[in-house]
Design a protein around this ligand. Sequence first.
Ligand code: ATP
Ligand code: MG
Length: 586
Amino acid sequence: MATNQKNKIISSSNFIRAKIEKDISNNLYKNKLWNKIPGNGVHQSNGSLDEAKIRTRFPPEPNGYLHIGHAKSIFLNFGLAKDFSGACHLRFDDTNPEKENQEYVDSIIENVKWLGFNWNFKKEENLYYASNYFDHMYEAAVLLIKSGFAYVDQQNADEIRENRGTLTTPGKDSPWRDHSIEDHLKWFTEMREGKHADGSMVLRAKINMASPNINLRDPAIYRIKKSHHHRTGDAWCIYPMYTFAHPIEDALEGITHSICTLEFEDQRPFYDWLLRRLKENGFFSDPLPKQYEFARLNLTYVVLSKRRLIELVEKKHVSGWDDPRMPTIVGAKRRGYTPSGFKLFTDRIGVSKADSWIDYTILEDCMREVLNESAHRRVAVLDPLKLIINNFSENHEEDCFAPNHPKNKDLGKRTIKLTKELWIDREDFMEEPVAKYFRLSPGAQVRLRYGYVIKCTDFEKDANGKIIKIFCDYLPDTKSGTPGADAIKVKGNIHWLSCKYAVTAKVNLYDRLFKETHPGDNNNYIDDLNPNSLTTKEIKIEENLSKILPGDQYQFERHGYFIADNLSKPDDIVINRTTTLRDSWQ
Ligand code: ATP
Ligand code: MG
């Protein structure tokens, strides 16, 4: 699955896609009813045949900003719905009151849209909040108690843990397990009314304390938590556990394929158990949703976990969630990564059930490939060194013409002014050239790209021996694009900008955020941070970039892909390097 091969999409198909094709051809959802909005079985039975062939969902918990791992899940879920004429719901899984807030909700909505998706299907708008389902969840819990499948446990947390058993020994039944249904109903009502302290009681599913799958040893499904919720306020003091809430959310929304990461594989038996019990007592009806697991994305040199990303922001190891070094969607956007680059990336890495690490360079290659097609070319000098053309007059000014894209003529040309004093890149001159160095050195001839062939006549050093000026003669009749320009052959071709016209800008150059391939494997991951992940300097850019706007993207020839930063202003231009032209990290 992981691959270094270029220009090849390895898995346009995958096991989930194959399963969906089979489910559709077996007519599994042919009679599925849908009554316009989420609801229980009775509500849906009053609806009509669901026009969506399948329903998937992307269910982020709004407790942080989305990262590149989420992008994989977004492309998978929204992509499948699109390909199979189905609907993909955006659902905020906000059943945990403590860490969730509106800032995260807003950013997630923006990110999903930026990646090119929406949650509309025909006239439906499938944007949901799990917290809107608290009444349904409470009702489902009461039904379970009434049918003898849930009970209120009053053991404390330590006792519950001790009695859960281990992988090799079975658990022990709670002494509260076999009280009457009436008792459990009464206690659960009291839990809801706020009569008991946090942790003093918990509602558990009544399954089997001897199950070899520990997740089936009477898992907790509702706990007391006297916390304020960002949407429901203080309406509730009990909150459902994720493993109980999630299957119910899926079933209320008529989800057909509930796709999650591998950690939830052991939870699948409980997912199925719960929905079957709720179907038996009439709360839901067929077809019930099914859970499928795929391997989460692991990327070398970054961390993809909200908890760790929060720490990087809070401890100020980065400038914020949208620091261009961050593997967040907002960071990637500010870095200049594009939605089509992410699409190419997710196609290329595919979907599988085997955990693996994807090399960060695969992601960068995808961004390069996409930008190579779309980005207009410009000239920038990253390490300016002055070059003087001896045989130009002081106020010599001449137009040179540069194509905006080497392969796409339709993108047109622009003019660059050639004058007596120029900026070139320091690396384009060597006092004592090494073998195969074809750029400038004393006596050597090179072409000024889009201009004339020049010959180096002299150079000047400062008191510290640093080269500060190069002197050259230009060779008449060699101007690019004029007849006979190629009469004099040169091997080198260098970039330049007019000192009079070039614009000064600040550039941010990035290296890997972490210096280890798998941050945190051998150290605390914070210790694996690369101290040199950001270099900032002043550069010279082409005169016609003086009005560059935040978000504008270019290839600076030979230097890579660049984007104007969010904070860039006409009199204070800030540019971020998206990637170099080739992988230079080795
Ligand atoms: P984190 O571990 O970073 O907090 P999470 O899984 O808790 O992530 P959620 O908000 O619950 O984050 O995730 C929303 C969806 O994104 C889930 O369906 C989850 O499976 C998926 N997802 C999260 N991380 C990855 C990843 N690295 N690769 C693929 N999918 C992911
Ligand atoms: Mg989570």
